[in-house]
Design a binder for this molecule. Structure first.
Ligand SMILES: N[C@@H](CCC(=O)N[C@@H](CS)C(=O)NCC(=O)O)C(=O)O
Length: 213
């Protein structure tokens, strides 16, 4: 399998965690988002949406969208289950995961922040305020969901799920932006616990071949 990825991309990081948890190996195809590789003609053939991740499996199946990729891998490959089969347990995992994937990540993505600065004239402080606002909105809700329905040490029990695949990259991203995450004690406890797991270590940005310090 091949995974088009960028070390610092949180959606790529999600898929890397999922693949490591399932024990799936792949060839790493680095797409340098900072250099604008995602806009090249060649890469647009791979993904017309001009982003990572993209998975190409051994049968030549090509898929974009991290949540679709993870769901496909979970359905197509045996091993560690990332999305529970029980109806309510599955809905809880998706509820939490989609809070991050649909409500938090899209408004803070590179191209969105870039548009704010280049097209709408936001300065650094305004960009930071935008980012911090949506992070706080999201993590307040995430903390509440964990308080109501979570059970540690992972988001939902003693095994990592899709929810943990989404949480860890989002926390890492917010930390990189200097957000104060201390109010979100449950979120942070899950994050710290996940970082001890070998699959999460393998998937971390600093473990990737295209890592730049
Ligand atoms: N909904 C997509 C989002 C993909 C996405 O936006 N990826 C970001 C990196 S985290 C990207 O490639 N951004 C390129 C850009 O902003 O130019 C997914 O979950 O895969």
């Amino acid at each position: 399998m091949q995974l088009y990825s960028f070390f610092n991309s949180s959606t790529s990081y999600r898929v890397r965690i999922a693949m490591a948890l399932k024990g799936l190996s792949y060839n790493y195809q680095g797409i340098n988002l900072r250099a604008g590789d995602q806009h090249s003609e060649d890469y647009q053939q791979v993904n017309p949406a001009k982003g990572v991740p993209v998975l190409v499996d051994d049968d030549g199946v090509s898929l974009s969208q991290s949540m679709a990729i993870i769901q496909y891998l979970d359905d197509a490959y045996e091993g560690h289950r990332l999305i529970p089969q029980d109806a309510l347990a599955k809905a809880r995992v998706l509820e939490f995961s989609n809070l991050i994937a649909c409500d938090m990540h899209p408004v803070n993505n590179l191209r969105i922040l870039g548009y704010l600065v280049k097209n709408l004239g936001a300065d650094d402080a305004q960009k930071q305020a935008w980012y911090g606002h949506w992070i706080a909105e999201g993590f307040v809700a995430a903390e509440k969901l964990l308080e109501r329905y979570g059970s540690g040490p992972y988001c939902f029990g003693d095994q990592p799920t899709l929810a943990d695949c989404c949480l860890v990259p989002q926390v890492a991203n917010a930390s990189r932006f200097g957000c104060d995450l201390s109010p979100y004690t449950r979120v942070m406890a899950v994050y710290e616990h996940c970082l001890q797991h070998p699959a999460f270590k393998e998937a971390a940005p600093e473990s990737q071949p295209d890592y730049i310090d």
